[in-house]
Design a protein around this ligand. Sequence first.
Ligand SMILES: N[C@@H](CCC(=O)N[C@@H](CS)C(=O)NCC(=O)O)C(=O)O
Length: 219
Amino acid sequence: MTAQAYFKALQSFSWNSAMKLIWSPASPYARKVRVVAHERGLTARMEETIVDVFSDPADLIAVNPLGKVPALICEDGAMLYDSPVICAYLDAHPAATGPTLIPTSGAARWNVLKAEALADGTMDLALGLTLERRKPEHEKSPTTTSRWRGQLTRSVEAMAREIAVLPRQMTLGHLAIACALAYLDFRHPDLAWRQGRASLANWYADAERRAAMTATTPR
Ligand SMILES: N[C@@H](CCC(=O)N[C@@H](CS)C(=O)NCC(=O)O)C(=O)O
């Protein structure tokens, strides 16, 4: 991207004091960020720009050279990616009103960040499977697909264990896991992740009813 194209792309944003989130409706990572913005009471301070990520839009690439969503322009013009960084930024935001979602120290902090990493890794696998499914037959790899499905099964099993060690109050770890499970329902209902996992299914049934989750359901 030339410097000229870069500045032209940035000019497409309205430069006021609001944060600007660049996202795509089907992205589970973007949903996690939007859920965190809801939980922290920050949605009124956040303008949203929807992009078609696979068309490599210039306004996204100017903010995130990786060309992935979500990406955030902060109030002071700083540009942030990827979703864990944006969630940490929103959690530390001085104007936030909702309870904080990332404990500041101790085992609770590491358990929450690990649960987020597990959820993000699950999203990576599930997204990979979605993209693999869309490939022409001759480009598909049955070996890769079968390995990813095995990794996904292990990840869902680990989620059930991780939820048991997370703090009692709602955290980023819980929300990230809820977004990952929602994405499995959305793209891979055939994986039937609830089968034989009643306690995780019951936990998720409550989590998906939270206002932040219902407000961000992909349509
Ligand atoms: N680690 C990143 C992953 C973001 C990501 O992979 N987003 C997908 C959309 S769901 C994307 O933008 N993919 C575009 C591409 O890979 O070219 C995060 O947590 O934000």
